[in-house]
Design a protein around this ligand. Sequence first.
Ligand code: COA
Length: 261
Amino acid sequence: MDLPASSSPHVRYVIDGAGLDGAVLDLVLDRPERKNALSVAMYTALAEGLAWASATPEIRVVRFRGAGGTFTSGNDLQDFLQNIPGEDGGPVGAFLRALVAFDKPLLALVEGHAVGIGTTLLLHCDLVVAATDAKFRLPFVSLGLVPEAGSSLLLPALCGHRQAAALLMLAEPFDAATAQRCGIVNEVLPAEQAAARLDAMATTLAGHPPGALQATRRLMKAGQAAALAAAMQDEGAEFLARLQSPEAMEAFMAFFSRKGR
Ligand code: COA
């Protein structure tokens, strides 16, 4: 099994942690100086990592995690403005399609901040462990944007319209306990125990017959597949239009100009 080189220095592919026997691929977001904000190049490296994991029989589980005590601050706002995606959503769209199409168990460990897509990608994961002090935020509306990654469908389906409205429409930060109550994370543990718990989950999954596990996952997701595809298409068109709106420009500039930047 030859692990390919990542096409971004800020996404590391790591196989095998904690004696997991080569069956687990970690996609590590590693850009701590930007709180692991996702650039276009990082989205491409993530999509390529998923494609490789899907095509490699030895890999049974994939996990998302962030370096430096943070998961991710979401889309790199600067990069985003400089690379406005086309109708197919560009590298972000390609990553989202790879995420939805991925056919093996997906896990995530959330430490520190999980903003924007840092939270919405969790809705596509099967098992998520968060550190007690993790902070989540779905800031799309406050940025003049709309939810993405199917979250306008998946979040209300997970926790009901009212709780989803509190997260997507108030757009305020929320804590790990709230994320657990809304079904976004499975377990909340002190940071020093959270990684060990994720290792234990991955070990259990990697020990199961992979065909049965993948089929179970596929069956669990099948009922929602058509609605998810439609929601993502709708969101993508709206997101693209909003991205170029005066509302979004103003919100992005406000972020860049805080602290005098
Ligand atoms: N895009 C681009 N740069 C980002 C970023 C992002 N999403 N998130 C953080 N950064 C940069 C900051 O501008 C800062 O740069 P500087 O060192 O040149 O000042 C650096 O990363 C560190 O971030 P900072 O804001 O100082 O860290 P913090 O711990 O005070 O706050 C966050 C962390 C995540 C709460 C805050 O950075 C934030 O709100 N980021 C924007 C999140 C966002 O709106 N994402 C888009 C979702 S669609």
